[in-house]
Write a protein that binds this ligand. Structure first.
Ligand code: ZN
Length: 356
């Protein structure tokens, strides 16, 4: 079978397509024949040697994916009802499953929390074996690439907006960085919740695809007066801001919140350090939350919106992975921020039974 492996060589040249034996499911494991995958920023952190994710090369890449149950190993709880042919999403992050944090839905706070493809070997292979507890049934009728997109980026958007941000129907929220994986899915989740969403984006060339994919008011944050433009666009202060850009934007987004408003930060692409506007925070009684990844229930919620046709991720597919070149090019585009939404690939465009 084919697997996407990081050799340790710097840059996208270090990503290769390697032939590996089909894995055999161990005790409590299920083998999936993978259908579709989407790329995540974690892949880039691993590729760049970020200290947040130290991996041993050769490293099997990838955090996001959906597959078909191909074999069920010994020791898998029969009550789970896992049988060959079922389509399952992979929950990439997992804690110990037994501590109070894991059981209460705050899995990513567990000290044992690890992410497939980041701390652990990933899932970009034609076949993978995983603990049954990582699998979530995908409702019928959902395109596998869309389902894959909500397993990490979409789940993080849900955790940030709905769980930590406590967003409610009818509220007005701003998403800073609406063109990225988490940002665009937060905009779509907000629309599914009947919220009023406004988004900001970078280069003007992204506007057309965002307008048709999101259907919300948009303002480019490349113009220095973008906060004023956002305010004139919306006419009112916001109940909440979801900031996927972080760093330099934080002093600029807090003044856009109403008294008692909430800001949720899920990234630092404009730098990790910033001058913090303390007076904004206490003077207007704002709440500030940091969100890092998500819980499996966030994936279930996002899959529900997909199944009801209330949310359609923007995913551009590089097609079936016959050679590594299209995937290397996709990572180059991610590094250059030359993409909108999510980028994905499939193993078998025709849906054939796949080769061993
Ligand atoms: Zn735990």
């Amino acid at each position: 079978m084919k697997a996407v492996v990081l050799t340790g060589e710097k840059g996208v040249g270090g990503i290769i397509l390697e032939e590996r034996p089909v894995p055999v499911p161990g005790f409590g494991e299920v083998r999936l024949r993978m259908l579709a995958h989407t790329l995540n920023h974690i892949d880039l952190w691993v590729l760049s040697g970020s200290p947040a994710y130290t991996v041993t090369c050769p490293h099997l890449m990838g955090s996001e994916g959906v597959g078909i149950v191909d074999a069920v190993g010994e020791g898998v709880d029969a009550a789970l009802g896992l049988t060959p042919g079922m389509i399952m999403a992979v929950s990439p992050g997992q804690g110990c499953l037994v501590c109070e944090l894991c059981r209460s839905g705050s899995e990513s706070l567990c000290s044992s929390y690890r992410v497939l493809g980041g701390h652990l070997p990933g899932i970009f292979a034609e076949y993978v074996c995983l603990r049954a507890s990582r699998l979530i049934a995908v409702p019928g009728g959902i395109d596998p690439l869309s389902a894959s997109a909500v397993t990490l980026a979409g789940a993080t958007a849900h955790q940030a907006l709905v769980v930590r941000g406590a967003a409610k129907p009818g509220e007005r929220w701003l998403v800073v960085g609406a063109s990225g994986g988490v940002g665009h899915l937060a905009c779509l989740a907000g629309k599914a919740m009947k919220m009023e969403m406004v988004g900001t984006y970078g280069p003007e060339k992204k506007r057309e695809i965002l307008e048709s994919g999101l259907g919300i008011p948009l303002v480019t944050h490349e113009s220095p007066d973008w906060p004023e433009r956002v305010l004139s666009q919306s006419g009112q202060l916001f109940d909440g801001v979801l900031d996927t850009v972080g760093g330099a934007t934080i002093p600029r987004v807090l003044p856009l919140l109403r008294k008692g408003g909430r800001a949720v930060v899920v990234g630092e692409t404009t730098g990790a350090q910033t001058q913090f506007p303390t007076r904004e925070l206490f003077g207007r009684q704002l709440s500030l939350h940091g969100v890092y990844l998500a819980h499996r229930m966030d994936i279930v919620a996002m899959l529900g919106w997909l199944a009801r046709g209330e949310l359609r991720p923007i995913v551009s597919s590089v097609g079936s992975l016959e050679t590594i070149a299209p995937l290397q090019e996709a990572y180059r585009r991610m590094m250059d921020r030359d993409f909108v939404g999510k980028i994905g690939f499939v193993w078998d465009a025709q849906g054939r039974s796949g080769r061993r």
